[in-house]
Ligand binder design. Structure first.
Ligand SMILES: NC(=O)C1=CN([C@@H]2O[C@H](COP(=O)(O)OP(=O)(O)OC[C@H]3O[C@@H](n4cnc5c(N)ncnc54)[C@H](O)[C@@H]3O)[C@@H](O)[C@H]2O)[C@@H](O)CC1
Ligand SMILES: Nc1ncnc2c1ncn2[C@@H]1O[C@H](COP(=O)(O)OP(=O)(O)O)[C@@H](O)[C@H]1O
Ligand SMILES: [K+]
Length: 543
């Protein structure tokens, strides 16, 4: 697990290390600069004839830039320094500038950026507090213009000497470390070397596409005792610790019963994908309640699955006969219910959502059309005002989840469009504030919110998981159905709603990455993500 910080928390880490512990600021700075120098050297491969320019602001990010200039100069590289005058200088900046002057490194006035092989961006780092304007903005736009033109030539002709490298110190200048929003304009870097912790501004889009490759270096910061630890992301190594334990003497009941209510007359595939994913992640038993037209498809695509069906009137979309008993029987059988993939918004689907909502004390996941129905009919996620008796239903599931009913019961998995319908917020507002949107929704609705996008956010109202696995090959119909099955299968095995959601999202992305390796991002389809779940689990557990 890696903690992800915002600008204020990072500033506190800085200040705790320097002011409370007494680690000299210039020591941290020297280590920061060394890690940038090392990254540059590994790219230019010892070619000391490379012309390098360090573009510096007057804060400590600029001071880092000056230290990098000095280190490279002392190694024999041709280094120029360009300093912008947009704000007052820090004490560290003055110290570094003094050394630069003593060494005779040239500070130039109007650089021609196109003549440099390496541009070091040290204008602003964690301290960026407003939109770029004036000289700073002109400089950033000029750097981007000349480096982008090299990059596009490079893509057209690989023999081109398009080796201009833009290296951002800590974070590309112009990116807000707290939100990932571009403040007017931002440097488009090939590499970003950051110190201690990743910031939100390295991870969320659009910022992530400005960072290039992110290299995180430990430079000796200490975590302060009450450092915010509620925003985090996972690594591959986290999977095996987080996976629910498999008891060697367990039986299929031990690993949970998952009910997937999915697939209408037109969208049968969603039911197959969701239920197959739940089985592939390890649920003991999976049952699918679907429209009768999908029976063969579900059994063929997922032959281990128990299948129950209902029929609907083609005209009005309602059940052709009373299915209350069947629906009730299925829900009472389950430890976890997933409802929504391909469900449609017909009358029968609305009734199914109401039935799930009315069940108390059962873990539920709402996806896709179930969310659209909830938004349209203002249905409560958890029918706390319904008096259906859970115990009388004979639910016979996994003991560990039953003991932990203090956990939130409900997971919602909206993509941005569904979130907009649920909240009434504009898509642009959600895109610019995904963390706040997910956190607020989960607080207000007492649920775990999985806000799906290229960087999916999972929040239980306090904790925030930011997902970094996955790729654009997953932007293909049915990927979300697979995710809902994975999270459901993990809940069935006893993980809490939040654990199942965060781990499920991570594994889903890793399986998508494996699928992209074997099928390519253009050709991969949602079923390939399911096929790769096993590879992720085997690899993660070293089996
Ligand atoms: N010893 C330390 O304190 C260390 C600091 N580090 C570096 O220090 C950086 C943070 O330094 P600072 O806090 O000085 O912040 P920055 O160097 O990011 O810049 C802050 C300065 O820029 C001004 N500013 C903000 N937005 C502006 C805008 N749009 N236009 C014009 N001026 C603007 C601010 O008023 C302030 O004077 C980190 O990103 C990192 O690179 C690292 O070297 C690690 C050690
Ligand atoms: N560019 C991307 N990078 C990473 N993951 C992505 C990307 N695009 C889509 N995904 C993932 O794919 C899934 C798509 O879900 P969704 O939009 O509900 O699709 P569907 O309704 O077709 O099943 C989500 O989990 C989302 O996070
Ligand atoms: K920078």
């Amino acid at each position: 697990m890696r903690y992800v910080l915002d600008a204020a928390s990072m500033k506190n880490v800085d200040s705790y290390s320097i002011n409370t512990l007494g680690i000299p600021s210039v020591v941290l700075m020297e280590r920061a600069a060394l890690s940038v120098t090392e990254a540059i050297e590994s790219k230019v491969k010892g070619n000391i004839h490379t012309d390098i320019i360090c573009v510096c602001g007057r804060g400590n990010n600029g001071a880092d830039g000056l230290a990098v200039a000095r280190q490279l100069y002392l190694k024999g590289y041709n280094v120029d320094v360009y300093i912008i005058n947009s704000h007052a200088s820090t004490k560290e900046f003055d110290i570094q500038l003094n050394i630069i002057k003593n060494l005779g490194i040239e500070c130039i006035n109007s650089p021609d950026f196109s003549k440099y092989g390496v541009i070091v961006d040290a204008l602003f780092g964690n301290g960026l507090s407003r939109e770029l304007a004036g000289e700073a903005r002109i400089v950033v736009d000029t750097i981007n213009k000349c480096s982008t033109s090299v990059r596009s030539q490079y893509t057209q002709n690989s023999d081109n000497n398009g080796n201009r490298l833009v290296v951002a110190v800590d974070i590309p200048s112009g990116i807000s470390a707290s939100t990932g929003v571009v403040m007017g304009s931002a440097v488009n870097a090939d590499i970003t070397v950051t110190f201690g912790f990743e910031k939100i501004g390295h991870i969320l889009y659009p910022a992530a596409s400005y960072c290039g490759k992110i290299i995180r270096k430990d430079i000796g910061f200490a975590q302060y005792p009450d450092m915010t630890r509620d925003i985090f992301t996972y690594d591959y190594s986290d999977i095996s610790d987080m996976l629910p334990l498999r008891k060697p003497d367990g039986n299929k009941g031990t690993f949970g019963k998952a009910l997937v209510i999915a697939g209408s007359r037109l969208y049968g595939g969603a039911a197959v994908l969701s239920s197959r994913a739940a089985a592939r992640i390890g649920a003991g038993l999976v049952r699918t309640l679907t429209h009768i037209s999908n029976r063969t498809a579900v059994i063929t695509g997922n032959m281990e699955c128990i299948v129950d069906t209902y029929d609907t009137d083609e005209e009005c979309g309602d059940f052709v006969k009373n299915t209350e008993t069947l629906v009730d029987k299925c829900i009472c059988w389950a430890d976890v219910v997933c409802i929504g993939p391909g469900l449609s918004m017909e009358e029968s689907a609305v009734k199914l959502v109401r039935s799930v909502s009315a069940k108390k004390n059962i873990k539920k996941l709402y996806d896709a059309d179930a969310l659209n129905i909830i938004a349209q009919y203002k249905i409560e996620l958890d029918g706390s005002n319904d008096d259906v008796d859970y115990e009388a239903g004979g639910n016979s599931g996994n003991a560990s989840y039953k003991d932990d009913m203090s956990d939130k019961n409900v997971v919602v998995t909206p993509h941005i469009g569904e979130m907009s319908r649920l909240t009434g917020l504009d898509i642009a507002v959600i895109k610019n504030n995904p963390i706040d949107t997910a956190r607020t929704y989960s607080r207000e609705h007492n649920c775990v919110c999985v806000l799906k996008d290229a960087r999916t956010i999972v929040s239980d109202g306090e904790r925030v998981y930011i997902n970094m696995s996955g790729n654009d090959g997953m932007a293909t119909g049915g990927s979300g159905d697979v995710l809902s099955g994975i999270i459901t299968g993990l809940m069935a095995q006893g993980l809490t709603t939040f654990e199942a959601s965060a781990l499920g999202v991570y594994i889903h992305g890793c399986a998508g990455d494996e699928a992209a390796l074997s099928n390519g991002k253009y050709s991969m389809v949602a079923g390939d993500i399911i096929d790769n779940i096993k590879n992720v689990l085997i690899k993660a557990r070293g089996e």
